[in-house]
Ligand binder design. Structure first.
Ligand code: ADP
Ligand code: MG
Length: 268
């Protein structure tokens, strides 16, 4: 099979294009092949999720896209421009919120603007609207330690959103939250994204979350990781709160679950 035909990776409308990407870690003469010939793409304004077993190299893929690691082979392009091994082209929200404890909430979220050369005063002014939208208006001058888990994730998300780079990489942003906060956060992100339409690549463990939020979903295999499936999510936007109860949603979820289960069975 021609892998680029399979994933549409050469699609000219694609914003982020990843072709033939492989990553093998070498440590103390040990070799571990984590990613094997990954092809994927994200169109401008598209919300794409990656779901896969833990250890399948999802975070590694983000480190590669962010230029923090150099792949063993393959190409990462943004609007056709090679960014393989280069930092500064994407906005990355890591799994843990990584807010700086010595900066106020406001000064945390404006960090990418400051790094891009904007004046602190202007960035602070602009951040007000976003902090209010995140329910953090009252906490602008507080330090991160007074925030709840969900609030920290929201602040971290706003910081990613305020970065000038178009593409947001979100690595399991809601993974550490309790179920109710998680549902709230999904709804919040969905509303915000449906207005902003940023290009998003989103890692999650949850099939529900992937189907609720995304336009497309890639399902990863066990390592050495290839793409097991690519799913075009057929549900109209705005996505309604009761969508997860819809029979079509349940059926698609079941189908993805079965393919992931079969994959796990092949591993153990
Ligand atoms: P996921 O995010 O899908 O759970 P990771 O990308 O964190 O998976 O890790 C995939 C595999 O790559 C793991 O087996 C991990 O041990 C290995 N790995 C990740 N980063 C490094 C590194 N810097 N050096 C060596 N091995 C690594
Ligand atoms: Mg990870």
């Amino acid at each position: 099979m021609n892998p680029s035909a399979f994933s549409g990776a050469e699609d000219s409308s694609a914003y982020l294009t990843i072709t033939d990407l492989s990553m093998t870690f070498r440590e103390r003469k040990q070799e571990e092949e984590v990613l094997a010939n990954i092809h994927l793409h994200v169109a401008k304004g598209e919300f794409v999720s990656i779901i896969g077993p833990s250890g399948s190299g999802k975070s590694t893929l983000f480190h590669l896209i962010g230029g923090l690691l150099q792949p063993t082979s393959g190409h990462i392009r943004l609007e056709g421009q090679e960014i393989t091994g280069k930092v500064g082209h994407v906005s990355y929200m890591p799994q843990q919120h990584a807010l700086l404890p010595w900066r106020t909430v406001r000064d945390n979220v404006i960090l990418p603007r400051e790094l891009a050369g904007q004046s602190r005063a202007k960035a602070r002014k602009e951040s007000e609207r976003w902090l209010a939208r995140a329910g953090l208006g009252e906490y602008a001058r507080s330090y991160p330690h007074v925030l709840s888990g969900g609030m920290k994730q929201r602040a971290s998300f706003i910081r990613a959103l305020l970065s000038p780079q178009e593409l947001l990489l979100l690595d399991e942003p809601f993974g550490s939250l309790d179920e109710l906060t998680r549902l709230d956060m999904q709804r919040w992100l969905l509303d915000l994204w449906e207005e902003e339409k940023r290009s998003v690549l989103f890692i999650t463990h949850s099939i529900d979350e992937a189907l609720l939020l995304s336009d497309r979903v890639y399902v990863f295999s066990n390592k050495p990781t290839t793409i097991l499936r690519e799913i075009q999510v057929p549900f109209a936007r705005p996505r309604l709160e009761e969508l997860p109860l819809h029979p079509e949603f349940v059926a698609l979820k079941q189908e993805i679950y079965q393919s992931m289960k079969a994959e796990r069975a092949s591993f153990t």
